[in-house]
Design a protein around this ligand. Sequence first.
Ligand code: ZN
Length: 327
Amino acid sequence: MSVMKNESRMDENKECPLLFLNPVFKEMIWGGRRLADQFGYEIPGDDTGECWGISAHPNGDDEIRDGIYAGKKLSELWDTHRELFGDLEGDRFPLLIKIIDAKDNLSIQVHPDDAYAAKYENGSFGKTECWYILDCPEDAELVVGHHAKTREELSSMIYGGQWDALIRKIPIQKGDFIQIDPGTVHAITTGCMILETQQNSDITYRVYDYDRLTNGKPRELHVEKSIDVITVPAKSVDDSVKHYANLPENQWNELITCPYYSVFKLNVKGSFEKEQNDPFLNISILDGSGTLNGQPVKKGDHLIVPAGYGTMKFEGDLELIASTVAR
Ligand code: ZN
C-alpha cells in the first residue's frame, strides 16, 4: 500500500518535467554544415540552414525527446496539456526558436504584422522576430532597414532594381542583438550564425533574392505585398542594434520585452538559481555544459521549463538564451 502511494507521488512529480525537444532541420539554398560542426546535430545535408529548436509550427513540429511525453509533438502537448503552459489562451503555441546557419546570403525580406497576416494569409500570425548573433565574420553587416523616404520612392527603387541604394547595411559583431519588427526590411548575410526568437509564424515576403536559382528556377518574390507592409521611413539604426557580448555572469539579463515575447540571456559560472514564474520558459543552450536540477544540459539542447516547475538550479558552465510570452 505504501509502495503504491510512493509511486503515485513520483508520478505527480513527473507531471511537471523539463520538456527537451528534438529539433526539426531545414535544408536551404543558403545553408551549410555548422549546425553539425559547431552544435553536434545530425543534419540532413550539407545545405542545412535552420534548426527549429522549439517549434509547434505545422511546417516543423518538434517532438518531445524523452520522459512521459516522449514522442509527442509540441503542438499536441499545447492542445492537450495546456496546464504545462500556465493555461494560456490561444489556438497555437505562441513562439518559435531557431538557430540559423547562413553559409550564403538569405533573401532580402519583410514580414507582415498580425492584422495584415490575418486578412491576407488565412488567419496566420504576423511575425516579429529578434536575433542574437552567435557567430559572424569580422566586418560582418546585416541588412536592417532601407533608405527610401516615401512609399513611392520605395516602390520605384524596388521595381528599378536599385538594391545598393535601397538597402541599409549595419555592422554587427558576436553578441549583438537585433529586434526586427514587422515591416522591417531585413536579411541575414554570409557567415552569420544566429539564434532567432520569433512569433510562431512562417509568413515571409521575399523582396529580392540576388537573382539566385533553385533547381533552375528563381524562388517566388512577393513584391507587391512587400511594398504594402514595409515601414517607411525605416526605424533608426540606434534603435535596431544592441551590444550584449559582455553581460555579467550569474545574472538574469533581459534583452527585450515587446508585445509578443521577453528574451533573456544567462551566463552561468558555477551555479545560479531562479524561480520559474512564467507560463512557460523556453531555453536554448548556446555553449558549455552542466545540469539543470540535476539533469544534464549541454550546448545545442532546447527545452521548455513548464508552469509551476518551481526553482531552477543551474550548475556548470553554461551560456543560454531564454524566452517566454510577454507579461
Ligand atoms: Zn525574418
